[in-house]
Design a protein around this ligand. Structure first.
Ligand code: AOF
Ligand code: ZN
Length: 378
């Protein structure tokens, strides 16, 4: 086992915090001495012990001595007093001899100071081990901690001829099991999921995280962390008997609307357990999604999946709030001049006006393809 192998173990522990630590990062730690892993830890939930502390406590519990040992941490140890005491000091006090770090922490309260403090105390520090993997795991944290705006993932599933439904509006299912499993995994790690009211009316989705075999919207037990559900509904057209409203007492649900929250029309939604969040209208009279993203960010919502439909996708792109796009492509053709496509609105005028993706990757999931890319605004 070399440094990369131990960091890889630390990464696997970090992932246990998925969906529970937001808006904090997922962090894992592994303590090694004489080529043996003597303790492991991870940041388990928001406000809980940091990974380093969890590993040190595990060692203490098992009666193992960590003096002179090496610790592998997926993120630079913090050096500030937050909800938890600084990890850098804890490592110094514990007599750790070497610290191996994956990602640098862009949090302005840390940003290199954690590592400097360790070095000043005479601890050997190795940086950037599996840096790309560690950075990728915390793409949400890295974005949110500096921008204070949620990381927005625009996700859609379409046929090879670019349709998200048939001409009759039927869309279940376009992609197969493996692709749908990935979508539910994302729902488990993102803080919120957003749809337009048109999607609620057309599909009556549940928008919960169901990591079972398939999800037919059949009310099967949910598993995993359910994201906060948000409907962009400028005029309060969400059906009161929709699955979202009916389950709002169990799964947090926001209706973002231009209707004032204290209007009589808003009351039945509030009575059903929804939060009616009034947001100014944009130029087209819809909920201003940029203003909405700012409000969500200020509430600690670090990540949102935009899951349909076409007008919301366009509004989010035009407002420049989309960070990343996940385009699932199924090897099928629906055809139909009126069958809907993923991004609606007015669209751009010339090819040169397009939204471009960078850092693109293509993955095969069962019979389907997943094309991923970051949106470049310039
Ligand atoms: C670490 N190890 O496991 C985590 C770190 O409010 P607090 O005390 O939980 O601090 C949160 C900040 O600490 C967070 O923004 C990030 O910079 C860092 N998270 N650091 O050394 C950990 N979760
Ligand atoms: Zn810490």
């Amino acid at each position: 086992m070399d440094d990369r192998d131990y960091m890889s173990v630390a990464l696997s522990h970090a992932k246990k915090g998925a969906g529970k630590v937001n808006p904090n990062p997922m962090v894992g730690a592994v303590i090694v001495r004489d080529g043996r892993i003597i303790a492991v830890g991870h940041h388990d939930h928001f406000g809980g012990w940091h990974a380093e502390r969890a590993a040190l406590e595990a060692a203490k519990r098992d009666g193992v001595d960590v003096r002179g040992a090496t610790i592998y941490v997926t993120l630079e140890p913090c050096c500030h007093q937050g909800k938890q005491p600084p990890c850098s000091q804890a490592l110094i006090d514990a007599g750790i001899a070497r610290v191996v770090v994956g990602s640098a922490d862009p949090n302005p309260l840390v940003a290199g100071k954690g590592i400097r403090q360790l070095r000043e105390a005479g601890i050997e520090v190795t940086e950037d081990v599996l840096r790309d993997e560690c950075d990728a795991l915390n793409e949400i944290f890295m974005h949110y901690i500096v921008s204070h705006k949620p990381f927005v993932l625009l996700k859609y599933a379409m046929t090879a001829d670019g349709k998200i439904a048939t001409r009759t509006g039927a869309s279940r299912w376009i992609t197969g099991e493996a692709a749908r499993h990935r979508v539910h995994e994302d729902r488990g790690r993102f803080a919120a999921i957003m749809v337009g009211v048109g999607t609620v009316i057309a599909d009556d989705p549940q928008l919960t995280c169901r990591l079972g075999d398939g999800d037919a919207g059949d009310g099967r037990e949910t598993t995993g962390h359910n994201p906060l559900r948000i409907v962009c509904d400028s005029r309060l057209r969400t059906p009161l008997d929709s699955a979202l409203v009916r389950t709002a007492h169990d799964v947090p649900t926001i209706i973002a609307t231009c209707v004032p929250w204290n209007e009589p029309a808003a009351k039945p939604y509030a009575d059903a357990g929804c939060e009616v969040l009034t947001i100014d209208a944009d130029a087209a009279g819809h909920v201003d999604v940029n203003a909405l993203a700012t409000v969500l960010g200020s509430r600690g919502i670090d990540s949102v999946i935009v899951e349909g439909g076409a007008s919301l996708a366009w509004a989010a792109l035009r407002a420049r709030i989309v960070t990343k796009i996940d385009a699932y492509v199924a090897p099928k053709i629906f055809g139909g001049a009126s069958a809907p496509t993923p991004v609606g609105g007015d669209g751009v005028e010339t090819p040169a006006d397009c939204f471009r993706l960078t850092n693109t990757t293509v993955e095969t999931l069962g019979d389907d393809l997943l094309i991923e890319g970051l949106v470049r605004y310039d």
